[in-house]
Design a protein around this ligand. Structure first.
Ligand code: ARG
Length: 455
């Protein structure tokens, strides 16, 4: 190890522990928290009204300096709280020292983070709503666009494309609800907990909560300074949402391939290849699919940071922030890009229709028809296998087999038997949650109503 002076070592250690490079992002919330605290201290006569006035005006000055990019950030001052407090001394002198009465950085940072998330979650929910709007508009213009529904990525049964995209609408609807729920547990004020044991002043915590717009105050000071469940929960909500994004994105990649040929992505959402002129690579959908990886990483990170931490505050908790910021910075643009990609893509209805005409997709319907005529299901199943083999060997679709041939396989088919079409298959599934057109129309108006509600 090279020889270093103790001064150099101390500087290296300081730089290692400093969080200012990333927690400066919390400055507005930190200042709002401090203003609410100072005004409350004056209202319960712990500091004078004049002191509070000076503190508030100094803090507003600092807010402006930061906004105007002229604030003298100092890494030696570790974090956002120390940077602001030190600058306050520089601006208003001695009185600045009164601001930290009845407060610790431990309850201060917990407050900042909660305020921050309270403002960010609604932005994410708005972005999800925009994505849902895109899904809904595709659904509205594709109620009678039929394609094969898949299980095991094998063609299974005919479905409406609207029904397919409304499945994603439901997933994202649950994500909005999950984020809202997370918001409820984030909406609690920790300030007034001190370092861990509470504070020996008669603070008015409810007044601070009211000023900052918190629904309630924390009930246990030890928990309040060490709890980061709300961040873990936020990362979990984001992971589930990212997982939905990833499934949707994967399907866009697959469906826009020439093997499927169901979609054509708009030029704005594909890239070319430097050597293969024919290429239209779905890079944006691929990136949206991949972003889930870093969001899951951020969830794993916060869970691992919290696991085994003894009560109460530990500096480990400082590591909660970068992942949190990264998730927000990843989720919002991903949702926005995906929403744009969806509304601009072209749907190749003919290709979907060609694939849905596949005999095998209607096999279940045929068997169900025989069952409805009193044939035991097992027997119906083997009759359908025979018809299917016949259709394949004679290269006919189900629609092309004539009624007489049906009768050869089973006398339960009437003389004028018309057979099934993808349309009759779809329209037979006319119950809540099914793919029949009247159900989809109902689902669309229900989805519209849900989108109309405030996020
Ligand atoms: N920068 C710290 C964090 O993010 C603030 C709290 C510091 N408290 C302390 N006791 N060192 O967690």
């Amino acid at each position: 190890m090279p020889k270093q002076s103790i001064r150099t070592r101390k500087n290296t250690a300081l730089a290692y522990s400093a969080s200012i490079s990333f927690d400066k992002r919390l400055y507005n919330h930190d200042i709002n928290g401090s203003i609410a605290h100072a005004n409350m201290l004056a209202s319960v006569n712990i500091i004078s009204k004049n002191d509070a006035k000076q503190i508030v005006s100094g803090l507003e000055n600092i807010r402006k300096e930061i906004k105007d990019n002229v604030f003298p950030w100092n890494t030696d001052l570790e974090d956002i709280h120390m940077n602001i407090e030190d600058r306050l001394h520089g601006i208003i002198g001695e009185t600045a020292g009164k601001l930290h009465t009845g407060r610790s950085r431990n309850d201060q940072i917990a407050t900042d983070l909660r305020l921050y998330l309270k403002t960010e979650i609604p932005f994410i929910n708005t972005a999800i709503r925009v994505l849902q709007q895109s899904l809904l508009s595709i659904a509205e213009s594709n109620i009678d666009t039929l394609l094969p529904g898949y299980t095991h990525l094998q063609r299974a049964q005919p479905i409406s494309l609207a029904h397919h995209y409304l499945a994603y609408f439901e997933m994202f609807d649950r994500d909005v609800a999950r984020y809202r729920d997370c918001l409820k547990r984030t909406d609690i004020l920790p300030l007034g907990s001190g370092a861990l044991a509470g504070v020996p002043y008669n603070l008015d915590r409810n007044l601070v909560a009211q000023t900052l717009g918190f629904a309630s105050v924390s009930k246990n000071s030890i928990d309040a300074v060490s709890d980061r469940d709300f961040i873990a929960e936020f990362q979990a909500c984001s992971s589930i949402c990212a997982l939905h994004i990833s499934r949707l994105a994967e399907e866009l990649v697959l469906w826009s391939s020439s093997e499927f040929g169901y979609l054509s992505l708009n030029d704005a959402y594909v890239t070319g290849s430097s050597i293969m002129p024919q290429k239209r690579n779905p890079d944006y959908a691929e990136l949206a699919r991949a972003k889930s990886g870093r969001i899951f990483g951020n969830l794993t990170s916060i869970l691992t940071i919290l696991k085994g931490l003894p009560l109460a505050y530990n500096r480990d908790l400082q590591e909660d922030k970068e992942g949190l910021f990264d998730t927000i910075d990843t989720m919002i643009p991903t949702l926005e890009v995906l929403a744009g990609l969806l509304v601009t893509m072209t749907i190749r209805k003919e290709q979907m229709r060609a694939n849905v005409a596949d005999f095998s997709l209607l096999a279940t319907d045929l068997a169900d028809y025989l069952v409805s005529k009193g044939v035991p299901f097992r027997e119906a199943h083997s009759i359908v296998v025979e018809i299917s083999e016949y259709a394949q060997s004679s290269n006919l679709t189900l629609e092309e087999i004539d009624p007489k041939t049906y009768q050869k396989f089973s006398t339960h088919f009437p003389e004028n038997y018309q057979g099934f079409t993808p349309e009759t298959s779809v329209s037979s599934r006319n119950l809540t949650g099914g793919t029949a057109i009247p159900q989809i129309k109902k689902a669309i108006s229900d989805c519209k109503a849900r989108l109309g509600k405030v996020t």
